[in-house]
Design a binder for this molecule. Structure first.
Ligand code: NAD
Length: 499
């Protein structure tokens, strides 16, 4: 059945070479939207290139996906964990086998460098394999009691229908780390990727379908949040929503869903790197550049504020500016580029707006320009910007920019740096560059952040360790990734078994 479904999908994809049309996958069928409309997925490195046409779905399409997931739940929850794990392993094999072509799809629709895109596909396959193993030892507990003829224990069971809603910046790995634990624990899924990178989401869905999921277990739907969002978040039948995206959208969804719907929201950040007086400054510069500017600054955990202790502020800033000016900017398809384009026209507009604000508030030391000329004119390219003399009150120190913009903020000492680092509504990731064990120890204790890095970039997280933010970076209900990532998708029953 999966093969038939795929043939159906491929037939749907075999339109004009320049802009293929891709379909939703609902109840085991690759289907057009009832709207009969599509939207274009534009290549941010060359806006004349359309990476695909996707269904502009309606609320009716979304309801069909929810109904299919609900109908499939009983059958799927009764399959053994071994069967479900095999599906994940086969999907992982499929991703690995297609890693080169899926990476090209990702670079074409999202802009990131091809090697990073391939890493993401391979890492997503690893994530599926991790959950295939981890779910098989997900256990309950037993409870001693005074009745010799009674055993008391907990059972973990799936929740039911879950909606998975994801952003464009990690368009395969973020959905993979949500869908894999959802499916392997016996839930059925509606997956809505971002309209700005739906092809990578479709490839992931394709991997699961090819792996032999029964119809209705995974439903893939594209379209505008305003059209499909309420139908996949608000009905009571949706037992859980795992969302990654902006704090504004996450907050809106949280407020509009039923109180019986479990939510897991991974949201925005304004991630600080503290550079202490004893830091290796060259290393601190590398942490800033890699953490803040790879993916053109479009990582949720990307470094956007660098709090540098006064004694080394000037030396650090001089090294940073020299390094940033030397970065190579170009298409993700060209090997050796340090930064690609911004992912969307909206991103370009937002980043340029913040740079304009920054120019009024602080001192622009380099970059911050829309790039023009050969290779740049048809893409959303901005040169990475470094601002100095930034203070806590400034907009560029407070709001998430999500682009290649670094704000350097001077701190008097460790206490001042920590106070400034914590003076934000966000708490996703934070790092410190130091050789002093005292600072390392204190930083892990003092920083208000879900991810804490010592002499490492704010970006990057293990798939076998918990991930999530504090404050307004997350609902802090359930963590993603690792073993705890399974807990979100299961509920506990306590059984009193007497005889
Ligand atoms: P976004 O909030 O605009 O959209 C994210 C997803 O939610 C998209 O699929 C979108 O269509 C959907 N959506 C938006 N409103 C919705 C609604 N009312 N109902 C249902 N679906 C809705 O975010 P984006 O621009 O795609 O991504 C960038 C943001 O994501 C940044 O703020 C970034 O920090 C954050 N992010 C966070 C993490 C994390 O793990 N904390 C990871 C990556 C990105």
């Amino acid at each position: 059945m999966a093969e038939a479904a795929l043939q159906n999908a491929r037939a749907a994809h075999s339109g004009a070479a320049a802009a293929e049309e891709f379909r939703n996958y609902i109840d085991g069928v690759w289907a057009r939207s009832t709207s009969n409309r599509t939207f274009d997925n534009v290549n941010p490195a060359d806006t004349s290139d359309i990476a695909g046409r996707f269904q502009a779905s309606t609320a009716a399409d979304a309801r069909a996906a929810v109904d299919a997931a609900a109908a499939a739940f009983e059958g799927w929850r009764r399959t053994s964990v071994g069967v479900r794990a095999k599906v994940l392993n086969r999907a992982a094999d499929y991703l690995d086998a297609h890693a080169d072509s899926f990476a090209k799809d990702m670079t074409r629709e999202q802009g990131k460098a091809l090697n990073l895109a391939k890493d993401e596909i391979v890492r997503s396959a690893q994530c599926l394999r991790f959950y295939a193993v981890e779910a098989q030892s997900l256990t309950g507990e037993t409870f001693p009691n005074d009745d010799p003829d009674m055993t008391v224990y907990t059972l973990r069971e799936p929740l039911g229908v879950v909606s998975i809603i994801t952003p464009w910046n990690f368009p395969t790995s973020i959905p993979a780390r949500k869908i894999a634990p959802a499916l392997v624990t016996g839930n059925t899924v509606i997956f809505k990727p971002s309209s700005d990178a739906p092809l990578s989401g479709l490839r992931l869905a394709e991997a699961f379908i090819e792996a032999g999921l029964p119809k209705g277990v995974l439903n893939f739907i594209t379209g505008r949040a305003s059209d499909v969002g309420p139908a996949i978040t608000e009905p009571d039948v949706i037992r859980a929503i795992s969302f990654t995206g902006s704090t504004a959208a996450g907050e809106h969804i949280c407020k509009s869903v039923s109180f019986t719907t479990r939510t897991q929201m991974e949201l925005g950040g304004k991630n600080p790197l503290i550079v202490m007086e004893d830091a290796d400054l060259d290393k601190a510069v590398e942490l800033t550049v890699k953490g803040g500017l790879s993916l053109a600054g479009q990582a949720c955990t990307g470094t956007s504020r660098v709090l540098v202790v006064k004694a080394v502020r000037a030396a650090f800033t001089e090294k940073l500016v020299a390094r940033v000016k030397a970065l190579k900017i170009g298409s993700g398809m060209t090997p050796g580029m340090d930064l690609g384009p911004l992912a969307t026209a909206k991103q370009l507009e937002t980043v340029l707006r913040y740079i304009a604000i920054g120019k009024r508030e602080a001192a622009l030391l380099c970059g911050g320009e829309r790039l023009t000329g050969a290779g740049f004119d048809t893409g959303y390219y901005v040169s990475p910007a470094v601002f100095a003399d930034v203070t806590q009150q400034m907009t560029i120190a407070r709001e998430e920019i999500f682009g290649p913009v670094i704000a350097v903020i001077e701190a008097d000492d460790y206490a001042d740096a920590i106070a400034k680092a914590n003076d934000t509504e966000y708490g996703l990731s934070a790092a410190i560059a130091t050789r002093n064990p005292r600072y390392m120890h204190d930083f892990a204790r003092d920083i208000q952040s879900g991810t804490v890095k010592i002499n490492r970039t704010t970006t990057g997280n293990l798939l076998n360790a918990p991930f999530g933010g504090l404050k307004r970076s997350s609902t802090s209900t359930f963590r993603e990734s690792g073993r705890v990532g399974l807990e979100f998708y299961t509920q506990i029953k306590t059984v009193y078994a007497g005889c």
